[in-house]
Design a binder for this molecule. Structure first.
Ligand code: ASP
Length: 345
C-alpha cells in the first residue's frame, strides 16, 4: 500500500514539521471507528547517541518520514480490525526495508564484515512467541520470527537451521550483501580501528550506534503484540546474539499487562530481563505502565550502566516510550488517534 493511499485512507492531514515533535496531529477517525474498541501503536527505530547536532536537517526529516510511514501502515491494519501481529510485522517490515535503520537493509556489519540478523515477536493472548537469531540470508527476519511462532513447535531458531526453516515456509532468501550500506561499512571500519588499536573488546567500545526497530500494538480484539528486529551491534564477533530475539529481554507481550520492544545495549537488556520486568512490575507491584517502564529504564538500567530505551503499551492502550540515551527514534498513535513522532530528548 503506498503512503499516499494510506494517508487518504486515514483521512490524515500531514505536515512534516521540522520541529522535534509532531504532536497534536490527530488521525481523523471515520464514523465506524467511533464505537470500535480502542487501538494504539508505538514503534521505535533505535536509541543511542542521537542528538540534533549529529543529524542534518535532511536526515532528521528522512527519519521522521519513514517512522510515520511505518506507523501508518501498522495503524491502518489495526483500524481494519486485523490481528495485532499483522500490524507489528508490517510496520517493522517498512523499517527493515529502509537503509536508515539497523535492521534488514541497513543492518550493521559484524567484525568479519557480514550481517547477522536477529528478530522476535510475541503475541499476548496465549504468550506465543517466535524468534530467529544470527541469520544471514532471510530477507525479512521479523517474518521468519512470525513463521517460527505460527508454524513451528519452537520459540527460537538460529543460523542455518533458521534459514532452512524460513525457506521451507516460502519466505524469500537473499544474498547477505543485500543488507550492505556504505554508511554501516564506514561505521565498521571506524569501530574496528578503535577496537584493534585499543585492543579492547566490543563491550568497552561505547561508540557503536544503535538502530534496532520495533513495534508494539493493541488491536481491536484486545491483543497486545510486540516485535523487534535488528542487525545487533557493529563489529560483533563470535556469533554474538543480543537481546532482540530473546523473549523477555528484547520483546515481551501478555494481554493482561503489557507489550514491550527494547533497544539498547543488549547484554544489559538480557541480564535485567527488561521487557518482561516492566510487565511483571505492573502485575505484581500494581505500577502503571509509565511507572514500570520508567523504573526499569531510568533506574534499574541506569544503575547498572545499561543504555537504551523501550516502547511499551498496556491493555488500556496507554503508551510509554522512556529511554536513557540522548535520543530514540520513536512514534506512536494513541487510543484517541493522536500521533507523536520524536527523536531527541
Ligand atoms: N539491542 C540490540 C542488540 O544489542 C542493539 C540495538 O538495540 O540497537 O543487539
Amino acid at each position: 500500500m503506498s503512503r499516499i493511499v494510506l494517508l487518504r485512507l486515514l483521512g490524515l492531514h500531514l505536515a512534516l514539521a521540522s520541529t522535534s515533535l509532531i504532536a497534536d496531529t490527530s488521525v481523523a477517525k471515520n464514523s465506524s471507528t467511533h464505537s470500535s474498541p480502542p487501538i494504539a501503536i508505538a514503534i521505535h527505530g533505535g536509541a543511542g547517541t542521537i542528538t540534533k547536532a549529529n543529524l542534518t536537517a535532511e536526515q532528521d526529516q528522512a527519519y521522521r518520514a519513514k517512522l510515520q510511514e511505518a506507523l501508518l501502515v501498522g495503524y491502518a491494519i489495526l483500524q481494519a480490525g486485523h490481528d495485532g501481529q499483522d500490524a507489528v510485522i508490517s510496520a517493522i517490515q517498512v523499517m527493515e526495508q529502509s537503509p536508515l535503520f539497523n535492521a534488514g537493509i541497513g543492518a550493521v556489519y559484524t567484525y568479519a564484515g557480514e550481517h547477522e540478523l536477529d528478530a522476535s515477536i510475541m503475541h499476548g493472548a496465549l504468550r506465543q512467541a517466535g524468534a530467529v537469531a544470527g541469520v544471514k540470508t532471510i530477507a525479512s527476519p521479523i517474518a521468519a520470527a512470525q513463521a517460527v511462532m505460527n508454524h513451528s513447535p519452537h520459540v527460537m531458531l538460529s543460523g542455518v537451521g533458521a534459514e532452512t526453516f524460513a525457506q521451507e515456509q516460502g519466505l524469500s532468501s537473499v544474498p547477505n550483501s543485500t543488507f550492505n550500506t556504505e554508511r554501516r561499512y564506514n561505521a565498521l571500519q571506524k569501530a574496528k580501528s578503535v577496537i584493534d588499536a585499543k585492543q579492547t573488546d566490543l563491550l568497552q567500545y561505547q561508540d557503536y550506534k544503535y538502530g534496532t526497530v520495533g513495534a508494539v500494538v493493541l488491536d481491536q480484539q484486545g491483543n497486545l503484540v510486540a516485535g523487534t528486529s535488528t542487525g545487533g551491534m557493529t563489529a560483533k564477533r563470535y556469533g554474538r546474539i543480543g537481546d532482540s530475539p530473546v523473549i523477555g529481554s528484547g520483546t515481551f507481550a501478555d494481554n493482561s499487562s503489557c507489550a514491550v520492544s527494547s533497544t539498547g545495549h543488549g547484554e544489559y537488556f538480557i541480564r535485567y530481563q527488561v521487557a518482561a520486568d516492566i510487565c511483571a512490575r505492573m502485575t505484581y507491584q500494581g505500577l502503571s505502565l509509565e511507572q514500570a517502564a520508567q523504573k526499569v529504564v531510568n533506574e534499574v538500567l541506569v544503575e547498572a550502566d545499561g543504555s537504551g530505551g523501550v516502547i511499551a503499551i498496556d491493555h488500556a492502550g496507554n503508551i510509554a516510550m522512556p529511554f536513557n540515551t540522548e535520543g530514540m527514534y520513536r512514534a506512536s498513535i494513541d487510543v484517541h488517534g493522536k500521533m507523536t513522532i520524536a527523536i531527541y530528548k
